[in-house]
Design a protein around this ligand. Structure first.
Ligand SMILES: Cc1cc2nc3c(=O)[nH]c(=O)nc-3n(C[C@H](O)[C@H](O)[C@H](O)COP(=O)(O)O)c2cc1C
Length: 223
């Protein structure tokens, strides 16, 4: 697969088939992703690969926390700004409402929106979830490095015919994850990656949020 095709065919898949992903494939993906660059080659990423019974238990624990005590959980790092502003707030709304529209969910149907958000904690039925963690004693640059690792992982998945969805939604529930996976105290939970084969005709998998044109984010100097 040409690298452009891997990039252009990657999209966030939010409904997976139960088809298992063999251990050898998972190891191959991780080996490829581990070639991601990082400042001074410190390779700050840690990955917890979860499937089968441990995944069912993790999912059940997360769903329980989401259903019964969501206000008691908070991420250990700040992903989004406290105060939103344009153009980002507009893009965020278009993304959220776009997904709900694809699913036939209207803006006022709060319960259905919540039910869709809840699917994060079932990892969208994926047979594999990867939990990405970072040593909390590291600093901002390592977040960039982990982002590169994550993208490499998602592209390597395309190379194996697999799809994925990055999930920051699990970050607030780090205590649940810590307990389920016996993480050590220095591990900060960044996000998850749901991984597997896409349900081809699921409406949510056909949702393609648009990107801004070059002119909105690029300035050329002397070229
Ligand atoms: C670090 C990261 C965290 C994300 N967290 C979530 C999430 O918790 N739930 C979700 O449904 N999508 C999540 N997404 C997917 C984004 O919504 C998606 O990448 C964006 O809308 C662009 O769509 P695309 O990935 O299909 O191109 C996340 C993406 C990234 C990169």
């Amino acid at each position: 697969m040409h690298v452009d095709d891997a990039i252009l065919s990657r999209r966030s898949v939010r409904r997976f088939l139960p088809t298992p992903v063999p251990r050898e494939t998972l190891e191959r993906l991780l080996q490829v992703a581990s070639q991601a660059p990082s400042g001074s080659n410190i390779q700050p990423w840690q990955v917890h690969v979860v499937s089968g019974a441990p995944l069912a238990a993790l999912s059940q624990a997360l769903l329980g926390a989401f259903d019964h005590e969501p206000e008691q959980h908070q991420a250990e790092y700040v992903y989004y700004p406290r105060e939103w502003f344009e153009p980002y707030i507009g893009r965020r709304r278009r993304c959220g409402y776009g997904l709900y529209e694809t699913l036939g969910i209207h803006r006022e149907e709060r319960d259905k929106r919540l039910a869709q958000a809840r699917r994060n904690y079932a990892f969208f039925d994926a047979p594999v979830a990867m939990i990405l963690t970072l040593d909390r004693r590291l600093d901002t640059g390592s977040y960039m490095d982990c982002g590169m690792f994550l993208q490499s992982l998602m592209l390597a998945a395309r190379g194996q015919g697999l799809h994925s969805c990055a999930q920051a939604a699990i970050a607030p529930y780090h205590r649940v994850i810590r307990q389920q996976l016996s993480l050590n105290d220095n591990e900060l939970v960044l996000c998850a990656l749901a991984l597997g084969h896409a349900v081809p005709d699921a409406p949510e998998n056909g949702f393609v949020p648009k990107r801004e044109g070059l002119e909105s984010f690029t300035r050329f100097y002397g070229c």
